[in-house]
Design a protein around this ligand. Structure first.
Ligand code: ATP
Ligand code: MG
Ligand code: MG
Ligand code: MG
Length: 458
């Protein structure tokens, strides 16, 4: 019951695009482009960082952005925003999630941002206002930052009762992208899953009953390397709402794992496991079956999305983080869920189905898992040892024409880099194959893996 995830997302995008004149910008890949301060894209605003800083190339399309909306693939594992340790223990932090966001670059500011957010949640999604709490920045004397009374007044004018408006300090209500970069005071909307009570003391206490859903950041500063705050050339609005959390609210579930973004995946895991079905326990179950279900479901999404975006498990930086995620996934799969070898790889098609189905409903977001045939061919050859002419045949039989220019480029590139270790990952290849429309059930693609070497071979 409730709005399917695909509709939740398209409603958000349509609201800002059609009703409020925002331009829909596709998600960037999770691998950050030219930003060494980041391991993974951790928020929707990352790709717009040059605009905030006033450094967008004036000839670029980006330079003309005023109002933008998007749904961004985010990974929070490593770096300033690292949720890896929470995943599986709670029901609302993932390593990969989608962040719905709207932006104003020097266009509207606090008042319009707050009233649009409130109208979307309460009128369009129909969330009862008495389940919502709003936090705002209480100031920080040490940094010379004053309380954001302006925002408090805006919420009062919108009709939020004073007892639901709560001040918080730097940690909760001053958002920063990383150790350096754009930042500013924020105001956040929290949802009480239980209702019928005063839950204000539960806001920002990291429990499952009252969960933060939407963050509206008023970008005003740039945090410099020496920690000082410099005023930005223009004030902007940057918002981010976790799709999975919003979907759980709208589907009347207290756990993100009980929504249509996860249930098919948990079901697919159960079909392959040697243990009972997922039953949603937390706490006492720590380290046990349900936690393992959540970890595996979370990690296979992250692995699939990262690999499809070109971050492969490896030996340093983001690649090492991904390798750790792969090891954790394998461990929970084998040791706790008693699933046979190859289980992770088998889950990739379920992940792509869940994510692709959502994307297909939203024009402009079909980027998910779109692979170039050249890189698929190359990975079949490099990772799996298929002769290239056979790869050509295999792909063409399935209606995929190999882009030979791209293939040549990848070959040349690879000759420069010392031949990568023999690591061959079935999740890699299956994510790629599936994206290219190659059915995963192909009998010629039988795989196995050896756990101790993190090695996957067909
Ligand atoms: P939390 O306090 O719950 O850790 P946050 O304050 O770190 O969240 P923001 O940086 O404000 O999160 O990100 C904006 C929104 O993205 C959040 O309000 C939440 O809905 C969503 N979000 C953040 N982290 C995660 C995560 N690890 N998994 C799923 N959704 C997330
Ligand atoms: Mg967090
Ligand atoms: Mg928070
Ligand atoms: Mg937040």
């Amino acid at each position: 019951p409730g709005l399917p995830a695909a509709r939740v997302r398209s409603t958000f995008l349509d609201f800002f695009r059609e009703k409020h004149g925002h331009l829909l910008v596709p998600s960037s890949p999770v691998r950050p482009r030219g930003d060494p301060s980041l391991l993974f894209v951790n928020a929707g605003m990352n790709q717009f960082k040059p605009i905030f800083l006033g450094r967008a190339d004036p000839r670029s399309e980006m330079a003309s952005y005023r109002r933008v909306v998007n749904s961004q693939k985010c990974v929070r594992a490593g770096g300033k925003h690292n949720d890896l340790e929470d995943v599986g223990r709670d029901v609302y932090h993932h390593t990969f999630f989608e962040m719905l966001g709207n932006w104003s670059f020097g266009d509207y500011f606090k008042e319009e941002a707050c009233s649009m957010a409130w109208s979307l949640l309460t009128e369009h999604y129909g969330i009862p206002a008495d389940r919502l709490y709003v936090s705002y920045f209480s100031g920080d004397a040490e940094s010379g930052l004053t309380a954001d009374e302006e925002t408090r007044q805006i919420w009062l004018d919108i009709g939020v009762p004073p007892k639901r408006l709560l001040p918080f300090g730097l940690k909760e209500n001053f958002w920063e992208m990383g150790d350096t970069g754009p930042c500013g005071p924020c105001t956040e909307i929290h949802y009480d899953h239980v209702g019928g009570r005063d839950a204000s003391s539960l806001v920002n206490t990291d429990g499952p009953d009252v969960v933060e859903i939407w963050n509206l950041v008023f970008m005003q500063y740039n945090r410099d390397v020496d920690r000082s705050l410099l005023l930005l050339p223009q004030f902007s609005v940057d918002t981010g709402m976790g799709l999975e959390r919003l979907v759980s609210v709208l589907q009347g579930k207290q756990s993100n794992y009980d929504t249509d973004l996860f249930t098919p995946l948990l079901h697919a895991i159960h079909q392959r496991s040697g243990v009972g079905p997922y039953s949603g326990r937390t706490g006492a179950d720590l380290g046990k079956v349900d936690t393992a279900y959540r970890v595996v479901a979370d990690h296979i999404r992250t692995l699939s999305v990262c690999i499809a975006d070109g971050v492969h498990p490896g030996m340093s930086g983001a690649e090492l983080v991904l390798r750790r995620i792969l090891r954790r996934a394998v461990r929970f799969c084998v040791e706790v869920l008693q699933a046979p070898r190859g289980t992770l790889a088998n889950l990739v098609p379920t992940v792509t189905n869940i994510l692709v189905n959502i994307s297909l409903n939203d024009s402009g977001l079909n980027e998910y898992f779109v692979r170039t045939s050249g890189s698929v061919a190359w990975s079949l050859h490099r990772d799996l040892g298929f002769p290239l002419d056979l790869v050509d045949l295999m792909l063409e039989e399935r209606g995929v024409r190999v882009d030979h220019q791209e293939l040549d480029r990848l070959m040349a590139e690879n000759q420069k880099v010392s031949v990568r270790s023999q690591v061959t990952l079935d999740v890699v290849s299956l994510a790629e194959l599936h994206g290219a429309g190659v059915p995963h059930t192909d009998d010629s693609l039988k795989y196995r893996y050896t756990l101790d070497q993190d090695r996957y071979v067909f």
